[in-house]
Design a binder for this molecule. Structure first.
Ligand SMILES: NC(=O)c1ccc[n+]([C@@H]2O[C@H](COP(=O)([O-])OP(=O)(O)OC[C@H]3O[C@@H](n4cnc5c(N)ncnc54)[C@H](O)[C@@H]3O)[C@@H](O)[C@H]2O)c1
Length: 282
């Protein structure tokens, strides 16, 4: 059963209840300070997971239930910088003495620039954050996951842009395609060592990255207008579909991540799971 941890309806387990989903399990979540990472942190804490959250932006503890504070440990740092991933793992080791789940959420958007216009700085920034960091996080965590008798789980947050060439700029598209490839490689390589690795592919989510796309559509935020024009028809299709449907929330993506981390998904390994109300079929 999956519960909803929005501030009004946070799941309050009865005092005698032990949630078997997260009880005595530790999850590392990158990008925990906002959007999908924050919703995932709240949801996992509501299910009694211990959570180590890593983010370059400060974390607002007011966004957590007071009773969850003791199971949450936050590390502030830029994961693209040397030593930061190792520090996060060290904290997890001190905090829980075990790592059961890794969720790579941290990511940045590009400015829709195409291959003929992308700058070195943008390419390096987007690829470092969206692809290199998740792969290094997996490298650091896999030895710990292997030690879990009940198996370890990795969930990587990719994007519709991980399957489609027609929704983002070249850097974001390449980074998310790469992340799906890395996920599938880990799933196959470690399938007999108790590790599952899956990717979720959100469509347009109501979060800061989603809002930044909306700003960029209005010509703000340094968008490459020619690059954006090339993908605009596909975004228009998605926007049209959303006129009659509620927007996809960060919490809905978090629920999919929780499902993949749960025993209910124990035979699911190496999938690319869209969370997009069918936008990805275009
Ligand atoms: N919002 C969408 O519409 C959407 C759609 C598809 C995929 N995604 C993916 O979902 C993930 C989360 O997106 P979101 O909408 O929640 O964005 P967000 O900006 O709200 O959250 C991303 C978080 O990652 C953190 N972060 C960025 N760079 C970092 C770094 N170098 N080190 C540590 N932390 C860093 C940010 O501080 C932020 O808290 C991203 O990987 C994004 O590509 C988002």
């Amino acid at each position: 059963m999956l519960y909803t941890p929005t501030p009004d309806t946070l799941y309050h387990p009865p005092p005698h209840h032990v949630d078997p989903l997260g009880y005595s399990r530790l999850a590392i979540i990158t990008g925990c300070s906002s959007g999908i990472g924050l919703a995932t942190t709240q949801l996992f804490l509501a299910h009694q997971f211990q959570v180590v959250g890593l983010d370059i932006s400060p974390f607002d503890y007011n966004l957590l239930r007071v009773e969850d504070h003791g199971r949450f440990h936050f590390h502030l740092g830029d994961l693209t910088q040397p030593g930061q991933i190792e520090q996060g793992i060290q904290i997890a080791n001190h905090f829980g003495g075990r790592i059961d789940v890794l969720i790579n959420v941290a990511g940045v958007l590009d400015n829709f620039a195409s291959a003929d216009g992308v700058t070195d700085a943008d390419w390096d920034r987007v690829l470092a954050t969206n692809l290199t960091v998740p792969v290094k996080m997996m490298r650091a965590v896999i030895p710990h996951l292997k030690q879990r008798p009940e198996g370890g789980v990795i969930i990587n947050v990719a994007s519709t842009a991980g399957k489609s060439g027609a929704v983002a700029g070249v850097a974001y598209t390449a980074s998310k395609h790469g992340l799906i490839g890395a996920t599938k490689n880990v799933a196959w390589r470690f399938r007999n060592e108790g590790i599952r690795a899956n990717a979720v592919l959100p469509g347009a989510v109501d979060s800061s990255v989603g809002n930044r796309i909306a700003e960029q559509k209005k010509g703000e935020g340094g968008v490459d207008l020619e690059g954006y024009k090339a993908v605009e028809p596909v975004h228009a299709l998605q926007a049209k579909a959303m006129e009659t449907a509620a927007p996809i929330t960060a919490l809905e993506v978090a629920k999919t991540i929780l499902f993949l981390a749960s025993d209910q998904a124990r035979t699911i390994n190496g999938v690319e799971l869209p969370v997009d109300r069918a936008w990805g079929v275009v």
